[in-house]
Write a protein that binds this ligand. Structure first.
Ligand code: ADP
Length: 361
């Protein structure tokens, strides 16, 4: 099947006076596995339902394969949607659930059988064809919902929190299965999730939404390594943020007056922005933690702090370090026998300039 692009151009949608989507512009490439990520209430489902045709925008255009489909009703869109609840019919067998869309479209009986069996094979459920949904596990029900959607060979596949009803282990297995299925079919797929790990592990690219505004679009590593703003830095992964004012200090270094911490010496580096108000973000794993008395490598930014708590996570130990009035997170790799910093220990938190990200405050 030919792969198609999905494009939102300046989409705005309001419920009454509440603007739920604000000027959303997105270009999803043909065959892409694309995640819409954001906290609850950020507008993800509203956007997905708009693409499906259940919502209509007040402004902007929605194009599939270059054609504006805003006025096309859902059933005429050739878009398949898997709902969070799966929405299977409990009184029908798995086979009948999956074949329903074909029967409805008046496909010939032999072809209904052939295509339904192929869809069941695709999700590994052929032997369960005569069961009813309540005789299946959560993961199997999810696969029925997928088979029922892909059997009609949609041009675009929409998934609304597809894994949220499954327990943690199954979620990890199912997200791999979902990706393998999408790769096999090559359908342009858009899935909604509030779980950044789910988005990062599966998506080719993702869009982060907050308050109905698109914050950033890009490959997972791009968003993680180069977040556009404080929201993305905190939502995609864990981060430390320092707000303050950057000013020249007469040397190659800069002075950074950090709120809640005080003046810091910021070693010069190519990516230091011009003087002014700025937020500095750095990841917990990019931090070097050392005893306060140990001499400090001059090319790093150093913060003086006190260990408040430690969580041993196996591969790493996650420390909460009090720096001025702020709580910072520092992840230190764990090797057998690594000594731990005790609660209350005075420490120095070091970060290489290449790991600092300067964001609008
Ligand atoms: P998400 O999927 O990111 O959790 P939604 O798209 O479901 O967010 O909702 C975005 C905002 O729109 C929320 O503030 C929600 O309360 C509001 N909303 C969603 N559906 C309706 C509706 N039918 N009428 C009024 N407000 C709605």
């Amino acid at each position: 099947m030919r792969k198609v692009a999905v494009e939102c151009r300046g989409i705005g949608l309001s419920y009454g006076r509440t603007e739920v989507l604000k000027d959303v512009s997105l270009h999803i490439e043909p065959g892409e596995f694309f995640a819409l990520l954001g906290p609850s209430g950020s507008g993800k489902s509203t956007l997905l339902r708009l693409i499906a045709g259940f919502n209509r925008q007040n402004r902007g255009e929605l194009l599939v394969d270059g054609r504006d489909i805003s006025g096309v009703p859902p059933h005429a869109r050739n878009i398949g949607m898997v709902f969070q609840s799966y929405a299977l019919w409990p009184h029908m067998t798995v086979f009948d659930n999956v074949s329903f869309g074909l029967v409805e479209r008046k496909v010939a009986r032999d072809e209904v059988r052939r295509r339904t069996e192929a869809a069941l094979d695709l999700v590994g459920l052929r032997e369960f064809a005569q069961r009813r949904p309540n005789q299946l596990s959560g993961g199997q029900q999810q696969r029925v919902a997928l088979a029922r959607t892909v059997v009609i060979e949609p041009q675009v596949l929409l998934l609304d929190e597809p894994l949220s009803n499954l327990d943690k282990n199954l979620r990890v297995t199912m997200r791999q299965e979902l990706l393998a299925l999408q790769r096999k079919l090559g359908i342009t797929t858009i899935f909604v999730t509030h779980d950044q790990e789910e988005a990062m592990t599966t998506a080719d690219r993702m869009a982060v939404l907050d308050g109905g505004i698109l914050q950033q679009v890009g490959a997972p590593a791009e968003l993680f390594d180069f977040p556009a703003n404080r929201f993305v830095a905190s939502f995609v992964g864990t981060t430390n943020l320092l707000d303050g004012v950057l000013s020249p200090d007469g040397t190659e270094a800069m002075r950074f007056d950090a709120e809640g911490v005080g003046p810091l010496r910021l070693p010069g580096s190519a990516n230091t922005p011009p003087p002014g108000r700025v937020s500095i973000s750095f990841r917990p794993h990019a931090v070097q933690l050392q005893d306060a008395a140990t001499s400090r490598e001059p090319s790093l930014l150093w913060l003086a702090g006190t260990v408040e708590a430690a969580e041993f996570l196996g591969e790493t130990t996650r420390y909460r370090v009090r720096v001025g009035t702020l709580a910072m997170t520092a992840d230190q790799p764990h090797f057998g026998g690594t000594p731990k910093f005790a609660d209350g220990a005075p420490v120095a938190v070091g970060v290489a300039p290449s790991q600092l990200r300067y964001l609008p405050c």
